[in-house]
Design a protein around this ligand. Structure first.
Ligand SMILES: NC(=O)c1ccc[n+]([C@@H]2O[C@H](COP(=O)([O-])OP(=O)(O)OC[C@H]3O[C@@H](n4cnc5c(N)ncnc54)[C@H](O)[C@@H]3O)[C@@H](O)[C@H]2O)c1
Ligand SMILES: O=C(O)CC[C@@H](O)C(=O)O
Length: 542
């Protein structure tokens, strides 16, 4: 049997050689395909190896019935529509770690070059000038570096910055303060407290809906005027126009940028053209060592896949046999939804997490359900596509152990999963059960019992148990044309504090939420977005 493998970005020769030496693999290298040609070429391919230059969009992947595997030589899979690939049964793998050191070193290179005006001084001297006074810089030693995102690259930057005698502070919802302290990093939470503390700020999070414009005009306004900002992660994490404006207005001192949105950036991109911004064309991972490392690893992943069916570093595929997956599907879905609920209830640094199983569910493979909870909890925050296979390991790496407790005593419900997350701010408790063979239900939030649907748009509000409040909520949403599908309230005693969960047919506008918050009887309002009823995780859908 012969498999055709397409390579559509520049891959180190060492990786190509490995692929070519593999019996049964036909390797086609073409780095000049436009989306239409790529789509056509994929119809004749069993596998593809890419870096960050190839966009595997839903359109490109649509109806690719021959394609079985995508291997990303690198970390970020944001140039692949992973849900679209998963839906089509295409395994997506990446090579995490292979370019971490190079990217951390590039971050340091940019930080140093920015501090010592290396690029400007180089241009000036080559243009025949000897401007020693103009390029007086600042030193890193003794300064405070703020790192947003303390994963692989963020931690590697922290270690190097400590070698330069910098004080390192940082924020990452998935690194416990204790683990950070062990690494000599002061954990700052909430993130808003970090901006005003730092002389240098560097971002190392994935780009997601939550992290887009992580640094915008409000955050820039809170920074010290001498601050220097570095982005060696993804364009889109920093509002490019706001950053350029803050530099021009002298509100901040400088910036260095390796990643843009889109790439390549248009010629009039405000950062590329700005005299105080040092730019490089996405070179973080562009070292001989990193490129060899990711290319060789990618080649090995691909040949193992075709030769023996092995799946490693898959970002969308659990190693679970079919029968077990079918039996567990609804429990896994409930675990994931509870995790997603927690991830949206609080942004504080996690101290501990516990999952309690009661009744029938306690006799199932609860490790898998706990992994599903962890995946739902972390899936919007991590660069890795979190799934059943990697969720608990990713949590552990961040100093978070998810404790499991179980009893087969059925209690009030036949089956119950109760989740508890303790952050430095407070303790959050939720519990869910299965209703029939199809439905998952939220039956407890904090100290309150209720019975709410665990899907779609949920408005959770704590309030004083006073007459007229339910009417007020209904009228407010009515005025904003938002339909209430279902409403539930829970309280400990009449007239005390209570909780309400409202299932909405659409996302309410911000003004509607503001109006609710102004009512003195309403104590807190959170909008939680969950998958629609019956929509299961891509990694459960295979
Ligand atoms: N410039 C390059 O060539 C290059 C090379 C490698 C990686 N990258 C990019 O660098 C980034 C980091 O890569 P990595 O391998 O360290 O990924 P990682 O998954 O190991 O780390 C990402 C970290 O960000 C944290 N995070 C997520 N949301 C956050 C938020 N709102 N606030 C604070 N922290 C948050 C996560 O908890 C995680 O610890 C990614 O965007 C990746 O694509 C760029
Ligand atoms: O392919 C590259 O050189 C960039 C890779 C980098 O952005 C990554 O996410 O691994």
């Amino acid at each position: 049997m012969s498999y055709r493998v397409l390579v559509t970005d520049k891959l180190a020769e060492e990786g190509l050689e490995l692929l070519r030496a593999e019996p049964g693999l036909e390797v086609v290298v073409n780095t000049k395909l436009d989306p239409k040609a790529l789509r056509e070429a994929l119809k004749e391919a069993d596998g593809i190896v890419i870096r960050s230059g190839t966009q595997l969009t839903a359109e490109v992947l649509q109806d690719q019935t021959r394609l079985k595997v995508i291997v990303r030589a690198g970390v970020g899979v944001d140039n692949i529509d992973v849900p679209a690939a998963t839906r089509q049964g295409i395994v997506v793998m990446n090579t995490p770690g292979g370019n971490t050191v190079s990217t951390a070193e590039h971050t340091m290179a940019l930080m140093l070059a920015l501090s010592r005006n290396v690029a400007q001084a180089n241009d000036s001297l080559k243009a025949g000038r000897w401007d020693r006074n103009k390029f007086t810089g600042t030193q890193l030693g003794g300064k405070t570096l703020g790192i947003v995102g303390l994963g692989r690259v963020g931690l590697a930057v922290a270690k190097r910055a400590q070698g330069f005698d910098m004080k390192v502070v940082g924020f990452d919802p998935f690194l416990s303060a204790e683990r950070a302290a062990e690494l000599g990093i002061e954990s700052i939470s909430p993130l808003d407290d970090l901006w005003g503390r730092c002389d240098y700020i560097t971002v190392h999070t994935p780009l997601s809906a939550e992290t887009r414009n992580l640094i915008g005009p409000n955050e820039l306004a809170k920074m010290k005027p001498n601050v220097r900002i570095i982005n060696c992660a993804r364009g889109g994490l920093i509002d490019e126009a706001a950053l350029a404006e803050a530099l021009t207005a002298g509100k901040i001192a400088g910036a260095a940028v390796d990643a843009f949105d889109p790439e390549p950036p248009p010629a009039d991109n405000p950062l590329v053209t700005h005299p105080q911004v040092l730019v490089t064309p996405h070179l973080g991972a562009s070292t001989e060592e990193a490129q060899v490392s990711v290319a060789v690893e990618a080649a090995r992943l691909l040949s193992d896949f075709f030769q023996s069916g092995q799946i490693r570093f898959a970002v969308n595929m659990p190693t679970l046999d079919r029968a077990e997956l079918d039996e567990m599907r609804l429990y896994l879905d409930l675990g994931r939804r509870l995790g997603m609920l927690h991830s949206q209830m609080d942004r504080g640094t996690v101290k501990s997490a516990t999952v309690r199983y009661r009744g029938e569910v306690a006799s199932k493979n609860t490790r898998l359900i706990t992994a599903s909870f962890a995946a739902g909890w972390m899936e919007s925050a991590l660069e890795d596509q979190v799934n059943l296979v990697n969720a608990e390991i990713l949590a552990k790496e961040r100093g978070i152990t998810i404790v499991e407790e179980k009893t087969t005593d059925p209690g009030d419900f036949g089956t119950l999963i109760q989740t508890e997350v303790v952050t430095e701010k407070k303790q959050y408790v939720a519990a869910g059960t299965l209703f029939g063979k199809e439905f998952v239900r939220l039956i407890r939030l904090g100290p309150y019992r209720l019975d709410a649907h665990l899907d779609g748009n949920l408005l959770v509000f704590t309030h004083k148990d006073v007459p007229g409040l339910i009417g007020f909520i209904g009228t407010t949403f009515g005025r904003h044309n938002v339909n209430i599908a279902q409403m539930n309230v829970g309280r400990e005693q009449p007239g005390g504090e209570a909780i309400g969960v409202v299932n909405l047919d659409s996302v309410p506008p911000a003004e509607a939420l503001e109006e609710l918050k102004k009512n003195p009887a309403i104590l807190s309002v959170s909008l939680i977005k969950l998958p629609e009823a019956g929509a299961i995780a891509p990694w459960l859908a295979q």
